[in-house]
Unconditional design. Structure first.
Length: 408
């Protein structure tokens, strides 16, 4: 989701409990801090946004944090164990060194599963992330499968997206991790992938200015890239169907069923493993840090912090006033991060300034699988219910996006 950064003047206005809250002519949800600039947002008669209602519906559907959810997950764990009884691995888990994936490995071991940790190294990891992965996996005696993309190839893909002027400069990493997890699962005969995503702590939003698929990545690279993609694990539409419909590898998100607190998980990891916090959501990778704290805010007027902040308000761990104030505070930028980005990609100061100042472009201007996903919505609905594709994929990618709501 692309969330536009509020003006500084907005931050000075206190939040009230009125149903129709507006600051500097911006309407804000009465239950969280999503405002009317969030793509495809709607408000009901109580002033509550459709995203809050969606979270409520998913909690009921998955029994999140309830006895129903716990029983369902217990049944899933039983099925995983049964499917691979006597084998070395019974599931794979993608790890980044972040809170959610690190805790997911612990949870799997605590439930008696035999996970294989999988990491896609886009060569932009921080030292903290690398050490976090080592500490957790070593302590839990979990093997690691890593796919390392060629460094120059990785830089070329990132540079292509940056030069294209689109928002998704780290999309290639997200899709590659999904492909690598499928590959690892297939190699070892595993039929279950566990993902550390929580709609309660992160939310689920429709496509805004941040969309990606294999065709989109290939088209951007063909236009602006210079090196062939030889080591990059591209997931095409055909490969996606193979993994889901032929290999029948299931995607399970345990936090959708369980009572999960990111703050409690972080504290536990620090005490148990000497795990170290990296300063913010998804900031364990330097490319991701640049994307969140520099690129989106400065080129697109976007700020994804409201996802986590709104989630904390819904959970009652942060007041709306505190969340809104933090949202209106400029994001923390790691020292020398911009210099590192330019030096690594071989981009001059002048070229960097020119690209950052150029008119932003959007994903819908380029070839993608989006219309195909929409046409096959009933098919993907069946796959989502069978955990063969994530429900969030179905909700985000298989419904039409209004073009006027995805432009910067």
């Amino acid at each position: 989701m692309m969330a536009h950064s509020p003006a500084v003047a907005v931050a000075e206005a206190p939040l009230s409990s009125a149903a129709d809250i507006r600051f500097a002519n911006v309407r804000i949800c009465t239950n969280c801090i999503y405002d009317e600039r969030v793509p495809q947002i709607r408000f009901d008669e109580a002033g509550v946004c459709n995203y809050c209602r969606q979270i409520d519906d998913l909690k009921v559907q998955y029994g999140t944090g309830s006895e129903k959810g716990s029983r369902t997950f217990d049944d899933i764990v039983g099925a995983i164990k049964k499917a691979r009884r006597g084998k070395k691995y019974d599931c794979v888990i993608g790890v980044s060194g972040g809170t959610d994936s690190s805790y997911m490995v612990y949870l799997a071991k605590e439930r008696g599963l035999r996970p294989l940790a999988v990491h896609y190294d886009n060569t932009w990891n921080t030292a903290i992330a690398t050490q976090n992965i080592r500490k957790v996996l070593s302590a839990l005696d979990v093997d690691l499968y890593t796919h390392v993309v060629d460094n120059n190839e990785s830089n070329d893909i990132v540079r292509a997206f940056f030069k294209a002027g689109v928002a998704e400069i780290e999309a290639a990493t997200d899709l590659a991790l999904a492909e690598v997890m499928y590959r690892a699962a297939s190699k070892y005969g595993v039929r279950y992938v566990l993902e550390g995503h929580s709609f309660v702590t992160e939310g689920i939003t429709p496509v805004g200015n941040n969309y990606f698929d294999g065709k989109y990545i290939k088209s951007i690279h063909a236009m602006c890239g210079e090196r062939p993609m030889r080591t990059y694990p591209l997931m095409t539409f055909e490969r996606f169907l193979w993994w889901t419909c032929v290999a029948c590898i299931r995607k399970i998100r345990p936090f959708w069923y369980l009572d999960y607190s990111k703050e409690e998980a972080r504290s536990f990891l620090e005490r148990k493993f000497g795990w170290q916090y990296y300063g913010g959501h998804h900031l364990e990778n330097r490319l991701t840090a640049f994307f969140h704290s520099v690129y989106l805010p400065q080129k697109f007027g976007g700020d994804l912090r409201n996802n986590t902040l709104a989630a904390r308000v819904r959970m009652g761990t942060l007041s709306r006033h505190e969340a809104w104030a933090e949202y209106n505070t400029p994001p923390r930028v790691e020292e020398e991060l911009v210099s590192y980005f330019k030096k690594r990609l071989g981009i001059s100061d002048a070229e960097y300034e020119r690209i950052m100042a150029a008119e932003p472009r959007s994903w819908h201007e380029f070839p993608t699988y989006k219309k195909r996903f929409e046409r096959l919505r009933p098919f993907f609905a069946v796959l989502a219910k069978a955990n063969l594709v994530p429900m969030s994929f179905y909700l985000k990618y298989c419904f039409p996006a209004k073009i006027d709501e995805v432009s910067p």
